[in-house]
Design a protein around this ligand. Structure first.
Ligand code: COA
Length: 162
């Protein structure tokens, strides 16, 4: 079975991520969305909260599974016999970071994994979770960027932090 993974921090998951998940899910028989920690980031939501949010957003896509784990993505993939990574790519500014990650994953997996880039939709080209958090902290309208259920959770989280 052709299985792919799509990983991210999802702090929070946005409509831009969901667009990539929907498109990646069409390209593989099964897509595993892995909710992970990037050691260089401080998160607004805990790993468990992010996982729950992602799960809620993909519950209607039958071939998508959501998991979380600690450790290297390539080790998880090796364990499961998966060789395909999908990454969304937005503006040119993503390119260096994404290439570095693709090369690193290729090297540390001993050439066993392949990364496929899916271009973000034009309307989500400059969207990021940081921008969403920034708008949220300043009381702005999030409906363009987040599904309703996530919008509510972000608003609640912001209130709890004020
Ligand atoms: N729509 C909206 N935003 C998008 C997007 C899209 N289509 N595609 C990317 N982004 C944004 C995210 O919102 C995020 O924004 P932020 O920086 O403001 O939070 C940013 O792009 C990067 O997101 P993401 O893809 O989640 O990367 P990350 O750097 O947060 O996480 C991991 C990267 C967790 C996937 C990576 O560190 C990892 O695999 N870790 C596990 C350990 C490992 O194997 N490390 C070796 C990797 S070489």
């Amino acid at each position: 079975m052709q299985i792919g993974v799509y990983s991210g921090s999802f702090d929070p998951i946005t409509k831009g991520h969901i667009d990539i998940i929907e498109r990646a899910a069409k390209l593989s028989e099964k897509l595993i969305v892995t909710v992970l920690n990037n050691i260089n980031k401080n998160y607004m939501f805990t790993l468990e909260e992010r996982e729950v949010m992602v799960r809620e957003c993909v519950k209607n896509i039958p071939n998508v599974e959501v998991v979380t784990f600690q450790g290297l993505l390539v080790d998880f993939m090796k364990d499961k016999g998966i060789t395909l990574i999908y990454r969304g790519i937005r503006a040119v500014s993503d390119y260096e970071y994404e290439l570095a990650m693709a090369f690193a994953n290729d090297e540390i997996s001993g050439g066993k994994v392949e990364t496929i880039f899916i271009p973000a939709k034009k309307k989500y080209m400059y969207l990021s979770s940081t921008i969403v958090r920034e708008i949220a902290m300043n009381g702005g309208n999030l409906s363009l960027y987040l599904p309703k259920n996530i919008e509510k959770k972000v608003e609640k989280k912001v209130k709890s932090k004020l």
